[in-house]
Design a binder for this molecule. Sequence first.
Ligand SMILES: Nc1ncnc2c1ncn2[C@@H]1O[C@H](COP(=O)(O)OP(=O)(O)OP(=O)(O)O)[C@@H](O)[C@H]1O
Ligand SMILES: [Mg+2]
Length: 341
Amino acid sequence: MSAVIEIDGLRKTFHSVRQGHRVAVDGFDLRVDAGQIHGFLGPNGSGKTTTLRALLGLVRADAGRMSVFGASSPQELPAVAGRVGAIVESPQFFGNFTAHRTLRLLALAGGVPTTRVDEVLEQVGLRDRGDERVKGYSLGMKQRLAVASALLKDPELLILDEPANGLDPAGIREMRDLMRSLSAAGVTVLLSSHILAEIQLICDHVTIISRGRRVAAGRVDEVLAGFDQHEFAVRVADPERAAQLLRAGGLAVTEHDDQLVVGGVDEPELITRTLGEQGIWVRELVPLRPDLESVFLELTGTTPHPTVPRQVDGSVLPDAAPRDAVIDLDVRADETREVQA
Ligand SMILES: Nc1ncnc2c1ncn2[C@@H]1O[C@H](COP(=O)(O)OP(=O)(O)OP(=O)(O)O)[C@@H](O)[C@H]1O
Ligand SMILES: [Mg+2]
């Protein structure tokens, strides 16, 4: 696999007279290989936008090595800039211009044939509204226009910071379909988002950042599998007796309102057989698979507390996380899993 984006040990500290030093990115690594749809996840303020801005030469990094298509960033970026389309946070457009005029100017400035303008407006669903002034656009329409601007040069690499921001459910689905069709056409996509279910649906790979450091990276299914406790939810008519029988059979059982959760189960047949042999018939047996949201909350330590509002910088510092929570599932050369201290 050839790397399209490589970031090693990126560091960025912002300095201000009032706030002092703020470490935004703290030795962060990221690798995106050709053809991936790669999700970039992290709580608010964890360093995603700063990372993308540094990668694209929009902010100067303090340390670290970065490259895009093998060209080191920022020095050699101009050589590959024509192959990269990016939106980093919400770009500002001139409100009095129409979307059509905006894109036309961007196309002319970027040396892109202006015939692309209608194509990208069509692609993002703005064909019929392209002649309206941008100041009359809704948030989601502005977001679509931003994506259209990133698509103008028919990029081989698309970097999108929060592309689903402000989109309605249909818009989110359309964005997902667009990402998939771009990926099928060979475009590599790096996508930051807070909509974790969406990332789980779209992305094949994921990198999770917390307080400027990488806490997990790898294929989405492998990251999730690292958190699979092989649990099953079981519903029966007599849960108390069922729990006794399952425990007697050596299984870990916790009793919830109207169901049992049985852990450490490799073969669900063990549950049905243990209960069935004693005349207890299973009404429902559901595997409890971890989803990206629960893994994200656990890895970043941002699970909401019912009564205490969480502060934006309250996510876990990766070094302080329990050792087994800091996983690195990077599938580089050998496709193996390693555990990082
Ligand atoms: N120009 C700046 N000056 C000072 N601090 C900054 C600046 N840009 C970012 N930061 C700080 O760096 C940290 C990381 O910010 P960043 O925008 O990278 O987070 P993010 O992961 O993109 O968050 P979000 O999910 O909210 O978009 C934050 O604490 C932020 O306050
Ligand atoms: Mg951001």
